[in-house]
Design a protein around this ligand. Sequence first.
Ligand code: CA
Length: 230
Amino acid sequence: MRVLIVEDELRMAALLKRGLEEDGYAVDVVGTGTDAVWQANEFSYDAVVLDVMLPGLDGVGVCRRLREAGRWMPVLMLTARDAVEDRVRGLDAGADDYLTKPFSFAELSARIRALIRRGAVERPSELHAADLRLDPATRQAWRGQVELELSTKEFALLELFLRHRGQVLTRTRILEHVWDFAYDGVSNVVDQYVLYLRRKIDRPFGLEQLETVRGAGYRLRAEPATVGSR
Ligand code: CA
């Protein structure tokens, strides 16, 4: 069993390393978020102990990147006392559990054991609408047997539509979910990306599944229409 410790405070990192080694784990330590992402993508870990407070990319960002890269090993996050917001952000980013500093090593040891016993979190299930499929875990999407080459934003947009299959989504809602911010006033960024997405998921197949709902927004139909049939 191999554990990665991500902690920039040297004394704390050394303490954790020694304790976990005494528990019988192989232990690696890194001190920055960027190193953590690299290390966890490069090697296989059974668990990650991740401090939230790191220089540069913080623990929440590390966790999000690992999940986005399809890394589902258990993550135990270390947060400062009273940092409720960090805990919420951490869990939102895909952390499995958290411990508030200061903690006893015995407690950390027990939590790690429990997480490793439970194994990697369940992969999120595939999303689909007719023969359009998307796997959030591997970040792949297909129309029938054809794998779609999507940019990060196109992928996020398709995921949003698939999670709300058959529902009309307004431009504002799409902006907030895919771009993480609300544009002031008028922007056609959503319309542009819907166009890009259609060129990849619909047009090459002679289909029309992502439709414009005039005056309201866009909707991914449960079943595609064949172009010219409507
Ligand atoms: Ca720290």
